[in-house]
Write a protein that binds this ligand. Structure first.
Ligand code: FE2
Ligand code: FE2
Length: 552
């Protein structure tokens, strides 16, 4: 009962921008009229973390003074001047009325989450096990936290790009689809006479740069440790076989990403000896993936969210309350053992010019304290994991380390990891990346748009790299080893950042673009971008069945 009362009060407080600090529950519930705090805060224009200090101020604020002078509704004593008191708290018709009640304001009951947005229904039978029956099994395979060793020297930069080139080159060669053994670019330059016709082709593998789209061709440069060479790709003629023709067409339409590693097979044409005419292109092979599954006796589920942006005045408090209620009452929620938050849990401070005017909580630490309080509302059986994003209080350069230990102290039992992070839940491998590089994919590739972030995710997998472009919008840390290379294909690949939502498959890999908990911002409105907030994605680790639950 007290829990229900607290949940209702927490919801009313958080909707008014007051986030109760840890340990405030008892003091607030002991108040004769906890809702008087809301009125006082409204009059004083106060919001943020509701701690003892703020509560003291609110209890002696103008509202409290007015309440002292104005007999309360509960006392049944009419005000001296006969005016009606302002009633904005629930009233009972059995209690003696003061003045004239035009329309009693009753607290609206929380509705059960509907299924709008065209999201499909799910079959609860495909989510077979309650989360309380299984122990946690979380293994982290990669996390940069404490392992960043770059000094950002030229040597580190060289090592970073060489590592990327060698690892992706190895994947391309091991795919076994190259028509001939790749040669160094220096050797191609030296022996260019030899490759003067289609029967004597050369295959080179390198990093892409200087991309230029012509009216019907694509020019770019490939570079390896030994040199660079200009390449030109024309639409395939009739002689090209279907698979190579389709690869060439795809590249002509979609384009390339700077610093992406690809292979090409081509020949030198006529007098233009400084240009390789591309006959075929080679991306790292991505065959259909067979997912690992959790054993039947560990058939629990994982839920994904991202971009809560707590602290922003567009954080959706009421929808979070619906989520909390759902977690405590819905049968599907009972199967959810893990909640992964893939970055931007807070809006941060000083992230963009003028952000101050869009903040409900202006103190960064209080934003994180607020997130801790939000998570505390969720059931005890849930294991929460938080990764950082570009709004979080860590270095922006990727890979980003986990949140600072001082911030972690606000949280009771949450796992913190860096961004990106590779981990396994009951043997199911998850790659979680916040997704800043989606911006680079949108500006670099013609087939990627903000409204379909899953296409950017597909391109990351196909290129085996989360953020290839060095001089793009994604800040990158030149670690001697390039940790943004996708070395092992995950069973579940999850991103956020763009504030869309998607759950689907690409070549057997489950793609999740986690939904945000922030309403449309002014900036997004200006761009005409409509976010898809408040959709919880749930995936069963045994059946791999998915459900997307809307709360907006
Ligand atoms: Fe975000
Ligand atoms: Fe972000």
């Amino acid at each position: 009962m007290a829990e229900d009362e607290w949940r209702g009060l927490f919801r009313r407080l958080s909707s008014a921008g007051l986030m109760p600090a840890r340990g405030m529950q008892q003091r607030l519930l002991e108040l004769d009229d906890p809702d008087a705090v809301l009125k006082s805060a409204k009059r004083l224009g106060m919001n943020g973390i509701l701690n003892d200090e703020m509560l003291d101020q609110l209890l002696v604020g103008p509202e409290a003074v007015v309440d002292d002078e104005t007999p309360s509704f509960a006392t049944g004593v009419p005000p001296p001047n006969g005016d009606s008191p302002v009633l904005d708290t629930p009233v009972s018709v059995d209690e003696p009325a003061v003045g004239r009640v035009v329309a009693p304001v009753l607290e609206p009951p929380l509705e059960i989450a509907a299924r709008p947005h065209g999201l499909p229904h799910f079959d609860i039978a495909k989510f077979p096990l309650a989360a309380t029956e299984t122990d946690t099994e979380l293994d982290i395979h990669f996390d940069i936290t404490g392992n960043s060793i770059t000094a950002c020297t030229m040597g580190d930069m060289l090592s970073y790009f060489n590592d990327r080139l060698q690892r992706i080159k190895r994947i391309i060669i091991q795919g076994g689809r190259l028509p001939n053994r790749p040669i160094d670019i220096r050797r191609l330059a030296r022996e260019r006479k030899r490759f003067g016709n289609r029967d004597t082709t050369a295959t080179i593998i390198g990093l892409v740069s200087e991309i230029r789209h012509g009216s019907s061709n694509l020019r770019f440069t490939l570079e390896d440790e030994t040199g660079d060479y200009a390449c030109i790709l024309y639409p395939p003629g009739g002689a090209a076989d279907t698979s190579s023709a389709s690869r060439r067409n795809q590249l002509l339409v979609a384009g390339l990403m700077n610093d992406n590693v690809i292979g090409v097979t081509g020949h030198i044409q006529g007098d233009r000896r400084d240009v390789l005419v591309v006959d075929d292109v080679h991306l790292p092979p991505l065959p259909n993936h067979r997912k690992s599954a959790a054993p039947a006796d560990q058939a629990v589920s994982v839920a994904f969210l991202s971009d809560l942006h707590l602290g922003s005045n567009t954080f959706l408090h009421a929808q979070w309350d619906k989520l909390v209620k759902w977690f405590h009452e819905d049968p599907l929620a009972k199967t959810v053992k893990y909640l992964i938050l893939s970055g931007d849990v807070v809006d941060g401070v000083g992230i963009y010019p003028g952000q101050q005017g869009h903040l409900q909580i202006v103190d960064l630490y209080k934003q994180y304290e607020g997130v801790a309080r939000l998570i505390e509302q969720l059931p005890d059986w849930l294991e929460t994991m938080i990764l950082p994003g570009n709004h979080d209080a860590v270095r922006p350069a990727e890979p980003q380390p986990a949140l600072d230990p001082r911030i972690q102290e606000y949280f009771n039992s949450t796992t913190f990891a860096g961004n990106p992070c590779e981990f396994s839940l009951h043997g199911v491998r998850v790659l979680s990346y916040h997704g800043v590089s989606i911006l680079d994919f949108v500006s670099g590739m013609r087939n990627v748009t903000f409204s379909q972030p899953e296409v950017a995710m597909q391109e990351m997998l196909e290129r085996r790299h989360l953020a290839p472009s060095w001089r793009g919008k994604t800040p990158l840390s030149p670690e001697p080893e390039d940790h943004m290379v996708i070395g092992t294909i995950p069973d579940i690949f999850v991103t956020g950042h763009v504030h869309g939502h998607y759950c689907g498959e690409h070549k057997g890999i489950t793609l999740v673009h986690s939904s945000t908990w922030q309403d449309q911002t002014n900036y997004q409105r200006m761009l005409g971008f409509q976010p898809k907030p408040c959709i919880l994605t749930v995936i069963n680790l045994h059946t791999h069945e998915s459900a997307s639950i809307p709360f907006a």
